[in-house]
Design a protein around this ligand. Sequence first.
Ligand code: F6R
Length: 259
Amino acid sequence: MEVVILGGSKQIGRLAADAIEDLVRRKPDAVLGLATGSSPLPVYDELALRHGAGLDFSRASAFALDEYVGLPAGHPESYREVIRREFTNRVNIDPGKVHAPDGAAADIPAACAAYEEAIRGAGGIDLQLLGVGTDGHIGFNEPGSSFASRTRIKSLIEQTRRDNARFFKSLAEVPHHVLTQGLGTIMEARHVILLATGAQKAQAVREFVEGPVAAICPASVLQFHPHATVLLDEAAASALRLADFYRHTYDHKPAWQGL
Ligand code: F6R
């Protein structure tokens, strides 16, 4: 796991966008894994700018990490809509190649199996963007999630519903259920970039980067990922024991290594 501590979310957005730009130039039909929430927004802003300057997404495809269950189609806070609004509508990715789990499906297990099949059919995810919950979740794999899990329905912990209430008119409107790529699904992405900013993430970051690998902290499974990059601002990095070592390592990294 590579930990990079940066000055703020603008720098984080630029570095993650560098990795995506590099991928899309190397592999124009790249498969991107997209997160919602606040953390990836600077990356999407940066990619929209770069698209304006010529970066081409016409052959790329994308898979959202997760989706709420029970929001009506087109609800502005459904993750399909958020991904469309914040990213895919702002670049030239084919809307037919942007996928999200179907949170309105009558047959949820079949919809989850179909999502896994669609990811496999696209050749797997090349680069997965992730945020981390204050409870250590990635996707909506809450504490206790199996490290082998695949896309499925999950219940949200109250802390996550409260954290996400800012996107809704009231806490009561935040759904209790979600569909999410499993930890096993996320672990198959070829490169994972997790972004975290702000002091409210410091404890979760410390636990998943430096704590034991344990289901109580789902993001800790990334310690087993062969290519996981963690981009943090100073506040999110403030509880790390080895922060100075991560800074030193990144500052002295050979340029050819990239992210
Ligand atoms: C979103 C997702 C979640 C968020 C996490 C952090 O698709 O899967 O795991 O990444 O809850 O959310 P923010 O970035 O809003 O703090």
